[in-house]
Write a protein that binds this ligand. Structure first.
Ligand SMILES: *Cc1c(COP(=O)(O)O)cnc(C)c1O
Length: 393
């Protein structure tokens, strides 16, 4: 069936034909509850009418002009992002990896402007920043890097959630120009750092005149109960990258900057043919308007905490549960045993989930999930987990 597709993915044996809110419907009219949102992309669920209308209307007028001209939708979306984020300007691209590429280039240019010839960026163990050469080099996962040497140099790796390790790295290397970190590690296992971790990184970056760069590609756009996860900490980074849910399925990425980081990428220093085109930005505008109109960001916090409480209650007698953690609707259920098989077992029960870091079930349901759908998610998944762990000793 996938004979002419490069085998870069081990695909599950299902083909979806259409979606309705949190539901995906396959070729045989079977309905599946999507608790993954296409990996944190469809935060408004599938076939949201506001997104549908916006991209239909835009496609009747204009799809693409190139960045050689002003693009009205890009300016509208940038204004909205700046208002919501506290940052000051935006570079638009088409994916998360590209947004991080822009951030990495920005940091290097910032370093060169300070006279640093070989600028280095602190990155974290278990991080994920994308699949391009620079972003896989920044990623803290040997599997992602396997077979792609020579890697891009200029990354210094420290453990996540370890301020002392950052301070030690800064002491031993005068070429560090930035710290690139996820507010919550997604691919790495839904790792939520100490509540003051980002505040302390902010202070360190100020003291050393280096850039604080947050990868909010998975945690952003309302997922954690704030528009951006750093807003839980009342700080502003110097650079912030977005993608995934920004277009609810229409590809779009963004690199936001502020203060001394805002004017570094000048004319000719960076670019993108498709980046910020009228269609993608129409989707982005519709997404941000809908998050507001439906109060979905505040609700993400309430719904996520409720979900976690229900899982905790129903799994309290299962000794194989190590931890259940969430920030809003970014949730992990960690087992004491590898559990990748659960993905297929859940699919058999028409539930779409994911497992990261071998032992953590990752849940990223659409923010529009309602009470009844949440109950269905909890009841179905608890039964699957209990069946699975009953078979191990
Ligand atoms: C998904 C993801 C990326 C990469 O995004 P792509 O659009 O797949 O390039 C980067 N960083 C984080 C934190 C992600 O979750």
């Amino acid at each position: 069936m996938t004979g002419h597709i490069m085998p870069t993915y081990n695909r599950l044996p299902v083909t979806f034909d259409r979606g309705e809110g949190v539901w995906l419907i396959d070729e045989n009219n079977q309905r599946y509850l999507d608790a993954l949102s296409g990996i944190a992309v469809c935060n408004l669920g599938h076939a949201h009418p506001a997104v549908h209308k916006a991209i239909c209307a835009q496609s009747e007028k204009l799809l693409h002009t190139s960045n050689l001209y002003n693009i009205a939708n890009q300016e509208v979306l940038a204004d909205k992002l700046i208002n919501k984020s506290g940052m000051s300007n935006v570079f638009f691209c088409n994916s998360g990896a590209e947004a991080n590429e822009a951030a990495i280039k920005l940091a290097r240019k910032f370093g060169h402007a300070k006279g640093i010839e070989k600028p280095a960026i602190i990155v974290m163990e278990k991080s994920f920043h994308g699949r391009t050469l620079a972003t896989l080099s920044a990623t803290g996962n040997a599997k992602v890097q396997q077979g792609f040497a020579p890697l891009v140099e200029g990354f210094i790796r420290v453990p996540y959630n370890d301020i002392e390790a950052i301070e030690a790295a800064l002491k031993s290397n005068k070429d560090i120009v930035a710290i690139l970190v996820e507010p919550i590690q997604g691919e790495g296992g839904i790792n939520i750092p100490a509540s003051d971790y980002l505040n302390r990184i902010r202070t360190i970056c100020d003291e050393h005149d280096i850039l604080m760069m947050l990868d909010e590609i998975q945690s952003g756009i309302g997922r954690t109960g704030q528009f951006l996860a750093y807003q839980h900490n009342d700080i502003l980074p110097d650079v912030c990258t977005l993608a995934k849910a920004l277009g609810n399925g229409v590809p779009i990425g963004a690199c936001l900057a502020r203060g001394k980081a805002a004017e570094i990428l000048t004319a000719g220093a960076h670019g993108s043919t498709f980046g910020g085109n009228p269609l993608a930005c129409a989707a982005g505008i519709a997404v941000l308007n809908t998050l507001e109109a439906e109060n979905l960001i505040a609700l993400a916090q309430v719904k996520g905490d409720k979900l976690r409480a229900q899982f905790s209650e129903k799994l309290k007698d299962n000794v194989h549960i190590v931890d259940i953690r969430n920030k809003g609707l970014m949730m992990g259920i960690e087992l004491d045993t590898p559990c990748a098989e659960l993905v297929k077992l859940a699919l058999d029960e028409h539930l779409l989930i994911n497992v990261t870091n071998d032992t953590t079930i990752r849940l990223l349901p659409p923010l529009i999930i309602n009470e009844q759908e949440s109950h269905h998610l909890v009841n179905t998944l608890v039964a699957i987990i209990n069946d699975y762990t009953a078979q191990i000793h």
